[in-house]
Write a protein of this length. Structure first.
Ligand SMILES: [Zn+2]
Length: 497
């Protein structure tokens, strides 16, 4: 809010025109002051006016106002310094507001996208070094840019050869066909002359623990690895970098109900592939970790359901992740409704619903605690939840048009999560009256968790006035909760017949 008519002027209007009506108030939520737009010809603004009966214009064009007073409009932009001038008129008077922003004259791609990055020049320069993962879980990206796709998450302690660098990034040498990049600050460079780690793999042991099958893979160092999962039946390809196979024994133990077969292949001098076939119809999650230099590959079993009449989810444990927190509130609606608060309300209603159906529920965020994304997945895994559902409400990038493109969408990453995403998506199609933006594979950090099927739901667009009003209504939030619960139930009917 910037400019208002003076109170003296309002008083004189009250005296002369109306019976106590006061001047309207304008609140422009988006864009913030000084916002920097890319090279766009138009973008959206949103905010609210009170009273909702006020007439509002932006840069001279009338702007529709929803019954709550919220508004959302797409406005043409011009390059350089640009201002949104809003004017509201009611019988009580007038209000004005100006918001100054900057619009890029032309698109400016990041230096490496602009072609300045030449991988050939950065390979095998200088002495070969070795690094150790320093963070709890290091994100390996597909190129020297944090915004690029995630290649892998490597646990603390894993060693890797470094085969190049670019700016603040190091190129990790995993094998001949696979590259990954990490930022320098998440690894420790070991002294020059440290040998590149190499292990010989001799034998495997399969054992059964509560709710899981464990494959013990003895190595000589914490070698880098990558997992590919295939479904129907569930099968894993475990790529071990810097490993030579000398396999002479696989002990399957006494319980062979989960792992059907393990084959191995030496793909090149330093890349060994383990091909693990299971008897599972649905994937219930997997975890790869080191205990010393022994790798443990854990395959989770189906949840021990003990359904009964009225309790169709008994035996299931669901982790509910109310997205964001006040430190990172996510989307904000035209009435300044914060996404973190709505997500928590939906989570609590869904918690009650799932419990009434017999499920156990782990609330990842209980109040307003600040949790980073990795911590959220760790909470779910340490509670041994069977499913992870992250609850969000959407907004859209400056280049999008929320008047045309708003609604619900479901996200997943691992193949094992796709059937859950499909069942929940079908329930949204049946129950939620918004545009269907579909199912997406997405590199979202919480969905990348492999220890259980994991999805993220965007139920509605908080920045759209009508959808914001519905999200503020407990009855509609209950409908979202019922929809997700129905999706889970349908998923289980297929996954655990
Ligand atoms: Zn969000």
């Amino acid at each position: 809010m910037k400019t208002f008519v003076s109170s003296l002027f309002s008083l004189s209007l009250m005296a002369s025109i109306s019976y106590g009506a006061s001047a309207p108030t304008l609140d422009l939520v988006w864009p913030p002051h000084g916002h920097h737009y890319g090279a766009l010809r138009s973008s959206f603004i949103f905010g609210s006016v009170q009273p909702p009966s006020a007439r509002v214009t932006v840069n001279g064009q009338p702007l529709p106002v929803y019954k709550t007073g919220a508004f959302l409009a797409v406005v043409p932009l011009s390059p350089g310094a640009f201002s949104f001038r809003l004017q509201a008129t009611s019988e009580g008077g007038q209000a004005e507001l100006t918001r100054d922003v900057v619009v890029d004259p032309s698109a400016e791609p990041s230096p490496w996208r602009a072609g300045e990055f030449d991988p050939v020049n950065y390979l095998r320069k200088g002495p070969r070094r070795v690094c150790r993962m320093k963070d709890d879980l290091v994100t390996v990206t597909t190129g020297p840019d944090k915004d690029l796709g995630y290649q892998a998450f490597l646990p603390k302690g894993v060693l890797s050869a470094v085969t190049g660098s670019w700016g603040k990034f190091l190129r990790l040498g995993f094998g001949n066909q696979w590259v990954g990049w990490v930022s320098r600050e998440v690894v420790t460079l070991l002294p020059e002359g440290t040998p590149v780690p190499h292990s010989v793999l001799g034998s495997l042991t399969v054992t059964t623990a509560a709710g899981s099958t464990l494959i013990s893979i003895p190595l000589e160092a914490q070698q880098p690895f990558r997992v590919e999962q295939v479904l129907d039946p569930v099968r894993f390809k475990l790529f071990l970098y810097g490993v030579t196979a000398d396999m002479d024994k696989v002990n399957y133990g006494s319980d062979v109900s989960c792992v059907k077969d393990i084959r191995w292949k030496q793909l090149d001098d330093s890349l060994c592939e383990l091909d693990i076939t299971t008897n599972q119809r649905s994937g219930w999650g997997y975890d790869v970790r080191y205990e010393g230099t022994q790798m443990i590959f854990e395959i989770r079993h189906a949840p021990p359901l003990h359904r009964s009449l009225g309790r169709p989810l008994a035996g299931l444990v669901v982790a509910l992740d109310a997205g964001h927190s006040s430190a990172d509130p996510g989307a904000t609606g035209p009435l300044r409704t914060h996404e973190d608060a709505i997500n928590l309300l939906v989570a609590r209603q869904l918690e009650a619903k799932l419990k009434s159906m017999g499920a156990g529920v782990v609330m990842v965020r209980k109040e307003d605690e600040v949790l980073d994304l990795l911590r959220r997945t760790r909470i779910a895994w340490s509670a041994r939840a069977h499913l992870f559902i992250s609850l969000h409400e959407n907004s859209i990038a400056d280049s999008g048009n929320p008047l045309e493109d708003s609604g619900f969408s479901i996200y997943y990453w691992a193949p094992q999560s796709r059937p859950l995403a499909e069942a929940v998506h079908a329930a949204y199609q049946a129950n939620i009256p918004f545009k269907d933006r579909g199912i997406s594979y997405d590199n979202l950090a919480v969905c990348r968790m492999t220890q259980m099927p994991s999805i993220l739901t965007e139920s509605a667009f908080l920045i759209v006035p009508e959808q914001e009003a519905m999200l503020l209504d407990p009855a509609f939030r209950d409908r979202i909760a019922g929809t997700i619960a129905q999706g889970i139930q349908q998923y289980l009917k297929k996954a655990v017949p």
